[in-house]
Design a protein around this ligand. Structure first.
Ligand SMILES: [Zn+2]
Length: 412
C-alpha cells in the first residue's frame, strides 16, 4: 500500500504545472451566481467534466437544477465516481461558485487572472473553493494515469450555489439523490481549515437570527413626553438581550472558539431621516450562535420575557420574529472520517490535527442533517472572500495526498 501511495504525485513538477493550469482556467470562468449578477457555474463545470473525461473518468452524473435567472437555464452539479475495491466511498465536496471580488482597487492585480508569486497563486476563487477542486481533480488524474484501483471508492461532488444558500447545489443533490450516499461512507468538505492543516471541523453551533421590531409613538423631539421613543426602547432591549442571554445560556464547550453561545445585536434599520423627530418605530436584528445543547425555543422565550419588561418600562410594543434558523450539527470526534483524517494529516503534513467546532455554517450541516458524518478539513491560508485571495500550490498537492492516504486505507 505504501508502495502504491509513493507512486502517486511522484512527479512534483508536472503536478505543479497542472495546479497552475487548472487554477488559471477555473478562475477565468467568473462563476458568480445570479444573486451576484453572474451567469452561474456552467462554464466552469463543463471544464471540470471535460478534464475528468480526458483522464478516463467515465462515470459522470449530472444533477443540474433549473434556474431561469442564468442564460444556460441550469445550475450544474456534477458527481464523478471512481470505483475502488470496496463499495464504501470517500466523498469529497467542492463548490464551483465564487464570491465577487469586492473593491477592485484593493487587489494588486486582476482578480480573474491567476498570478503566481513563489508557491502562491492569487485570484478570486483560488482558495475558496478551487484549491479543493484542483486537489480532487489531481487525485482522479493520478489514479487513472497510474491505473491504480484504490481500496475505497471515490466520489467527487462539484456543486453550485454554496455561497448563496445551496438550494441549487448540495441541498438539491441531497433531495434528488441522497440514496447515492450511505451512512458508513466517509464525507470530507475541504472548505475550511488552517494554514498548517491542524484543524478538523466536526461541529457547528446552531444559528438563530431574530428580528426585533419596536412600535412606539412618534412625536417632536422637543416634546419627547408626548411620544414613546422606539429607538430608546430598542437600545434598552439590545442591552438587556446582550447581558441577560449570555448569563442565562452560559454553558461552555471548549471545542468551540469562543467556547460559549453568542448573542449579538448586529443589523439596525434606518428609522427617521431627521434629527428632530422621536422615532415611533425601530427595527434591529440579533445574530445568535448556539451551542448544540441550547434549544432555540428557550432563547426565544427568554427574549420575549425581556421584551415584556421593555414594553412596560417604555410604553412600546415589541414584535419578535425568526428570520433564519439552522440547527447545530455535529460529527463524533471518534468517527472514522475524523480518525482517518488525523492519521493521513500526520502522515502528509506531520502535524497532530485536533477536532474543533465553529460558530459559522458550512454545507457539512446539510450532510449531517441527513445522517452523513461529515468533517470539514483543508490546509488553507484563510484568505477566502478577501482581496488578493491566495492558495498554496504545495498545499493543494498535499491535500490531494491526504485524500489519497484515506482512499488507500483498507482498514478505514
Ligand atoms: Zn467556500
Amino acid at each position: 500500500m505504501t508502495h502504491t501511495l509513493e507512486k502517486l504525485f511522484s512527479n512534483p513538477a508536472s503536478c505543479e504545472e497542472r495546479v497552475i493550469s487548472i487554477q488559471t482556467t477555473l478562475t477565468a470562468c467568473r462563476a458568480l451566481g445570479p444573486e451576484n449578477s453572474g451567469q452561474g457555474e456552467m462554464l466552469k463545470t463543463r471544464h471540470i467534466a471535460a478534464w475528468l473525461t480526458a483522464c478516463g473518468v467515465s462515470n459522470l452524473i449530472h444533477l443540474d437544477k433549473a434556474d431561469t435567472r442564468v442564460e444556460s437555464g441550469l445550475r450544474p452539479n456534477l458527481v464523478a465516481l471512481i470505483p475502488g475495491r470496496q463499495k464504501k466511498t470517500l466523498w469529497l465536496f467542492g463548490h464551483t461558485d465564487v464570491v465577487p471580488p469586492g473593491d477592485i482597487s484593493a487587489w494588486s492585480a486582476d482578480p480573474w487572472q491567476v498570478r503566481r508569486d513563489g508557491d502562491f497563486l492569487y485570484g478570486r476563487g483560488v482558495e475558496d473553493n478551487q484549491q479543493a477542486i484542483v486537489s480532487m481533480l489531481l487525485l482522479a488524474e493520478e489514479l487513472n494515469a497510474r491505473q491504480i484501483v484504490p481500496d475505497l471508492s471515490l466520489g467527487l461532488v462539484f456543486m453550485s450555489d454554496e455561497e448563496t444558500g445551496s438550494a441549487y447545489g448540495l441541498r438539491h443533490i441531497l433531495s434528488v439523490a441522497h440514496d447515492m450516499f450511505r451512512a458508513d461512507d466517509l464525507f470530507i468538505v475541504p472548505d475550511a481549515g488552517s494554514p498548517c492543516g491542524d484543524r478538523i471541523e466536526i461541529s457547528e453551533k446552531g444559528q438563530l437570527w431574530i428580528q426585533i421590531h419596536i412600535k412606539g409613538v412618534q412625536c417632536h423631539a422637543s416634546t419627547p413626553q408626548k411620544g414613546h421613543n422606539a429607538f430608546l426602547a430598542a437600545s434598552a432591549m439590545a442591552l438587556a438581550c446582550h447581558e441577560h442571554l449570555h448569563a442565562v445560556f452560559a454553558d461552555v464547550d471548549e471545542l468551540f472558539d469562543p467556547p460559549h453561545s453568542t448573542f449579538v445585536p448586529s443589523k439596525h434599520e434606518a428609522n427617521v431621516p431627521n434629527i428632530n423627530t422621536v422615532p415611533g418605530e425601530d427595527v434591529f436584528f440579533m445574530d445568535c450562535r448556539l451551542l448544540p445543547q441550547v434549544v432555540s425555543e428557550e432563547v426565544l422565550a427568554q427574549t420575549r420575557n425581556l421584551a415584556a419588561v421593555v414594553e412596560k418600562q417604555y410604553g412600546v410594543h415589541v414584535d419578535i420574529s425568526v428570520v433564519q434558523e439552522q440547527k447545530a450539527s455535529s460529527t463524533s470526534a471518534s468517527s472514522r472520517v475524523v480518525t482517518a483524517l488525523k492519521d493521513a494529516v500526520m502522515q502528509v503534513y506531520g502535524v497532530k490535527a485536533r477536532a474543533v467546532g465553529i460558530g459559522g455554517a458550512t454545507v457539512a450541516a446539510f450532510l449531517r442533517e441527513k445522517g452523513f458524518p461529515a468533517a470539514v478539513w483543508s490546509c488553507i491560508e484563510n484568505t477566502c472572500h478577501a482581496p488578493d485571495e491566495r492558495s498554496s500550490i504545495t498545499s493543494t498537492i498535499n491535500d490531494a495526498r491526504v485524500f489519497a492516504h484515506i482512499l488507500m486505507q483498507a482498514h478505514v
